[in-house]
Design a protein around this ligand. Structure first.
Ligand SMILES: [Zn+2]
Ligand SMILES: [Zn+2]
Length: 146
């Protein structure tokens, strides 16, 4: 079942759409996702690059994850809204920041990673798999790590 995902930034300069059923949706509580998020974690929906269509200019911040892979975090240079990320260790995938979706209820997180770095006050969804770090080769391996 293909979804028609649409989203964009706060000021409206960046818009995107994606015709895809996300391969994975996950919460990441790593330090980088937290600092980029404004709260305790980032929620990412993994889709193929080929399904992702972007309009407007983004700026990107690149930083190495624990794995050594480079995570590229794209955001609106005007309003700072996080839009998507990519990971050099997972070519061909775009990780939409679920917070930027027009309707975030189109997706539902299936796993949580880097739970060991979550603030004590963060409510983790323990009804789904929770990993202390990034699971090797597991379902979370398609998430933007670090
Ligand atoms: Zn903007
Ligand atoms: Zn993260």
């Amino acid at each position: 079942m293909t979804k028609n995902l649409a989203g964009g930034c706060l000021c409206g300069a960046v818009r995107y759409s994606a015709q895809a059923e996300p391969m994975m949706v996950g919460n990441c509580y790593c330090t980088d996702c937290r600092k980029a998020s404004g709260t305790s974690h980032g929620t990412h929906a993994a889709i193929p690059d080929s399904a992702f269509s972007l309009a407007g200019e983004t700026k990107a911040f690149e930083r190495a994850a624990d794995s050594g892979n480079i995570v590229i975090r794209a955001f609106c240079p005007t309003c700072g809204c996080a839009i998507f990320s990519r990971n050099t260790g997972i070519p061909g995938m775009t990780f939409i920041r679920v917070s930027s979706l027009d309707d975030p209820d189109q997706v539902e997180p299936q796993i949580t990673v880097y739970a060991s770095r979550a603030p004590a006050w963060a409510p983790l969804d323990r009804s789904k798999p929770v990993f202390d770090l990034m699971p090797e080769g597991g379902p979370g391996a398609v998430l933007a790590d670090g």
